[in-house]
Ligand binder design. Structure first.
Ligand SMILES: [Zn+2]
Ligand SMILES: [Zn+2]
Length: 342
């Protein structure tokens, strides 16, 4: 089968190669990939700024159909439409983080798409516990957004715990920011979305999704808009989804005293920001990275309730042979979400 492979360590070293189809072991399930999303992590694997283990097939945001189940596997039916929790592909299962369900912090962990083979290919084999069945009315294309959506579910509902009646700021209208917005809008939470120069298309998407106000900080002062929208007191919660120093500052300034700040974006370097905002306003600051299996179960419940659909966030769907064009679309911040298909 054709697959997008990081074939050697270092920057670059990615190509479409012919590889053997994976064998389905007795405790495994073979899934035919329908769609697999491209995300910032893939770009980092390309540039070698995210840990990877070549040779490895890229892609960790998969959805597809079960085509084979090993003889010891129960509870899985051929034809099941599924999305895959790839991040648990390898964990030790014994450390204090694994035993508490917080596998993301396991030192032995290797996720699909950089640690073990991922979904930019026709087939993957996984353990049955990595599969989550998607509702019949969900397309597999939008189901491929489940992995980033799970990160949004954790950030909004489990870490920030946004409550009805609060006003939220999302700074950074990339895919994760827009997925957070989807949840907040579904809950009826008034949400301001801020972006920077070059974010116009994504801010338009935020408006369509249901942001109360969108702000391009290149032309408009965010603090002024926030004060106007919050009777002069600031937002209850701010979710930083871009990793830019200006955005971090904007969030800290926008928060009201005793507000909650959540870091969802990756800065990738040391930055300068007004620390005293945290002191004088007695802010609560948190980080949110990925999700747990419990988050994925919560996400499936959200899907089942029918309040959130994700198909309008897919702005391009390309064959895996055009991975380079797909990566470029992600890099230039114009596309919302790009998915590849075999
Ligand atoms: Zn991702
Ligand atoms: Zn562990």
């Amino acid at each position: 089968m054709k697959a997008v492979v990081k074939y050697a360590p270092g920057p670059g070293n990615i190509d479409v190669l012919d590889v053997d189809e994976p064998e389905c072991g007795p405790n495994q399930v073979k899934v035919e990939i329908a769609f697999c999303g491209v995300c910032g992590t893939d770009l980092h694997v390309l540039h070698d700024t995210f840990r990877n283990y070549p040779p490895v097939i890229l892609g960790h945001e998969c959805a597809g159909t079960v085509v084979e189940a090993g003889r010891s596997v129960t509870g899985v039916t051929l034809g099941d439409r599924v999305t895959i929790l790839g991040a648990t592909a390898v964990t030790c299962g014994r450390c204090m983080y694994c035993s508490a369900g917080n596998f993301i912090f396991c030192k032995a962990r290797r996720g699909m798409g950089h640690g073990v083979n991922g979904g930019f290919a026709r087939y993957v084999v996984v353990r049955p516990d990595q599969l989550y069945r998607v509702p019949d009315d969900f397309t597999l294309e939008e189901a491929a957004l489940s992995e980033p959506f799970a990160a949004a579910v954790q950030a909004v509902t489990e870490i920030t715990r946004v409550r009805i009646g609060e006003t939220a700021l999302i700074s950074g209208p990339g895919p994760i920011g827009l997925l957070c917005l989807k949840l907040l809008v579904a809950e009826g939470v008034k949400t301001i979305v801020a972006g920077a120069a070059g974010d116009d298309q994504r801010l338009d998407a935020a408006r369509r999704i249901g942001a109360a106000v969108v702000v391009n900080t290149a032309t408009t002062n965010l603090s002024d808009v926030v004060l106007e929208e919050t009777q002069g007191v600031g937002v209850h919660v701010a979710m930083e989804c871009s990793g830019h120093a200006d955005s971090v500052r904007g969030c800290l300034l926008a928060l009201r005293p005793m507000g909650r700040y959540t870091q969802v974006g990756i800065c990738g370097r040391d930055i300068t920001f007004p620390m005293d905002q945290i002191f004088y306003k007695q802010l609560t600051v948190a980080g949110s990275i990925c999700y747990t299996a419990a988050t994925w179960r919560r996400m499936m419940a959200i899907y089942a309730q029918g309040k959130v659909r994700l198909h309008d966030l897919v702005s391009a769907s390309l064959p895996i042979t055009e991975w380079r064009a797909a990566f470029d679309l992600c890099q230039d911040r114009k596309a919302l979400k790009v998915v590849l298909h075999p």
